[in-house]
Design a protein around this ligand. Sequence first.
Ligand code: 13P
Length: 257
Amino acid sequence: MRKKIVAGNWKMNNDLAETEMFLVELKKQVFPENVVVMIAPSFTNLNHAFRSLREHPVKIVAQNMHQSNEGAFTGEISAKMLKSVGTNTVIIGHSERRAYFKEDSAILADKVNTALENEMTAIFCIGEELEDRKKENHFQLIKTQLSEGLFHISDAAWENIIIAYEPVWAIGTGETASPKQAQEMHKFIRKTVAENYTEEIANNVSILYGGSVKPDNASEIFGQEDVDGGLIGGASLKVNSFMEIVNAFEKETGNRT
Ligand code: 13P
């Protein structure tokens, strides 16, 4: 059965002192048992966060990694390095990596392979620009991103894949996809996985929504049938707003497990 997940992507925010402050507050929280909670600090704070949260049910996630296992790649971080500091999950293909760091589908497919070879879980991000949506090309674009970046993997590898749908026009803009738009795209993504693999694989993969998720809109978005949680940017930087989003499933299901 697919998991409910809320992951905080801190992007290039929070230095060591700010990370420490966040962790002190986070450790005071009670976490719902039915939600997998993740945070993705900067590389420099991964190990600190891992050690600090050792006794807590929060996974530490990397925001990126290099596709090669080692070598002359000044400034880059390998899968092995991430694993050695307590990180088994990595975000791949965030739209900011695609846009600002020119990561194309071929690079992203390599990164997915490297993550899987190293027994890591990949949170694979896809999402259309506003222009694509205006031209009604968004479904085709999502299909292409999936087939070029992800659909080369084996059936078994899907156990280590999480998909994050993040429409670029909704990231950091305050503009969210409506719950209906999110559901429509998540359903399409699941159908596309089913067509290329199996119904079972499609039903078991968690598909997260990202793009201006806030405490006041999270429960409605998470209440959609094919939305299994969120990848949260701005609202994950404060413990209060992050926890309200983590707990948004409760409001949706009406019970705490
Ligand atoms: P915001 O929640 O700040 O819109 O960011 C979403 C995002 O890009 C998460 O990866």
